[in-house]
Design a protein around this ligand. Structure first.
Ligand code: FCB
Length: 478
């Protein structure tokens, strides 16, 4: 094991560290037609034949909308002190514009109050991929107006919850929204147009900036505004100059496209030139990059697995996506010839290689690129084919090992000087895993989809012990 992730025992975290779990609205809420909610792009996409495994959709999901009090109690009983969830835009603002629906806001107020009462700190994500369908019909993220609509929505939610929620995240993984939603088409709305994907990326940058400003205009100054990026750890297959160039290309399209505007106020020149055949970037208007480049109070890092690439002539090629689903269309506009490879090593049920060194690397990169900005791991976790045993218990030692090694990598980064303040495990409970439907279980809590009963897996108990003590329990004490 490389030095940077070797666990030092005991692995102890700072006393104020947040031990959380994360979810998102469409993946857990269900109740898609209740209290004025209208369809989002994920309702439409999941109801389109052939788009999700088994035709699964989020109509019921895990019925969190009706069971949130039990779910909050479960978190509190386990010992978690933080919870990251997202707001369903079309529950709050059904047409994506205009006045808010009070019942939608009331649901989130009740959820937040329940969390606060139980001592669990809420972190709100405004956008976790579920654009109101009406806004997609008006052009979606490739249309500039969507960024302004997002700012209006951010202000509505900021006004409603800003007095009681301190931690805010504008967007979750804008890379997936842009490049899987409009490039490879494996995510909603399922378009396959590289130029549209780049336009979408720009309008997401703009939305982040406008949304941050809108939130700050209505919230107490103590609140923190962040964005959650699934920045890739891109590694070249070899030190051959052609492989190094391929890695730089993908790094621009995976990371530079958002780090550039959000953290540095400019797109990398190399990104603009590599995509010149796809688009002339004329949709970038004067002042946009200044708008996107807002000071951040924190940064969210979502990490699962590294990416291994090479020049096209190095066989064999892996799937042409980031692992959220296969497609004949590339999510990498202008770099369709880059070859993707499977990183060697053990894999999770998603086929994603387990490599905690990537998390350490990413944290250290953000520490350099955004010096002085507190960091949170806003997602990290693993899917396994969990099943209850004869006594109804769900034992998931692989997930415990995954969490142990990745939390150890976080601890090592803190020792190396990174300001990491918290960790949100993906996910609190099994849920609708996008194009994979209910077939992939990421939860620390098992959900029986026939009865919707929740059963904490052994990893939930392990993680709860870590949260209560601030020290990772040894693997051999299980
Ligand atoms: C991330 C998503 C999250 C979940 C995990 C496995 O990319 O943000 O909703 O699907 O992957």
């Amino acid at each position: 094991m490389p030095e940077s992730v070797q666990p030092v025992t005991p692995v102890t975290f700072p006393p104020a560290f947040l031990w959380g779990a994360a979810t998102s609205a469409y993946q857990i809420e269900g109740a898609v037609r209740e209290d004025g909610r209208t369809p989002s792009i994920w309702d439409t996409f999941s109801h389109t034949p052939g788009k999700t495994a088994g035709g699964d959709n989020g109509d019921i999901a895990v019925d969190h909308y009706h069971r949130f009090r039990d779910d909050v109690a479960l978190m509190a009983d386990l010992g978690l002190n933080a919870y990251r969830f997202s707001i369903s835009w079309s529950r709050v603002q059904p047409t994506g514009r205009g006045p808010a629906v009070q019942r939608g806001l009331d649901f989130y107020r009740s959820l937040v109050d329940e969390l606060l009462e139980k001592g669990v700190k809420p972190a709100v994500t405004l956008y976790h991929w579920d654009l109101p369908q009406e806004l997609e019909d008006a052009g979606g993220w490739p249309a500039r107006d969507t960024a302004y609509r997002f700012a209006e929505y951010a202000q509505i939610v900021g006004e409603a919850l800003g007095d009681r929620v301190e931690q805010w995240i504008t967007l979750n993984e804008p890379w997936c929204s842009a490049f899987l939603g409009y490039g490879s088409g494996v995510h909603a709305p399922g378009r396959t147009d590289g130029a549209a994907a780049l336009r979408a990326a720009h309008h997401l940058n703009l939305a982040h900036g406008l949304g941050t400003t809108a939130l700050r205009s209505v919230m107490p100054a103590r609140n923190s505004v962040a964005v959650s990026l699934n920045s890739s750890v891109v590694r070249p297959l070899s030190q051959d100059p052609a492989d190094l160039a391929a890695a730089r290309r993908i790094d621009d399209l995976a990371n530079g496209v958002f780090h550039g505007p959000m953290l540095h106020g400019a797109y990398p020149e190399s990104l603009l030139s590599a995509t010149a055949d796809v688009t002339d970037w004329s949709f970038v208007q004067d002042g946009d990059l200044r708008t996107a480049h807002q000071p951040l109070d924190a940064l969210g890092i979502n990490y699962y697995t590294p990416t291994l690439v090479s020049a096209p002539d190095r066989a064999p090629q892996g799937p042409r996506s980031d692992g959220h689903g296969a497609s004949d269309h590339s999510p990498w506009p202008g770099s369709e010839d880059v070859a993707f490879h499977q990183t060697p090593g053990e894999r999770t049920e998603m086929g994603w290689t387990i490599d905690p060194t990537g998390l350490h690397e990413l944290i250290m990169r953000f520490s350099r690129e955004a010096p002085g900005v507190p960091l949170y791991i806003t997602e990290n976790g693993a899917a396994y084919d969990d099943k209850p045993d004869g006594d109804g218990r769900v034992h998931d030692p692989e997930r415990i090992a995954y969490l142990h090694s990745h939390l150890s990598a976080v601890r090592r980064a803190i020792t190396d000087g990174a300001d990491v303040r918290g960790y949100y495990l993906w996910s609190l409970m099994d849920n609708f895993e996008w194009a994979y439907g209910y077939g992939k279980r990421f939860g620390a809590v098992y959900v029986d989809y026939a009865t919707l009963a929740r059963t904490p897996k052994s990893s939930a108990h392990w993680y709860g012990r870590a949260a209560r003590s601030g020290v990772l329990p040894e693997l051999d004490t299980l």
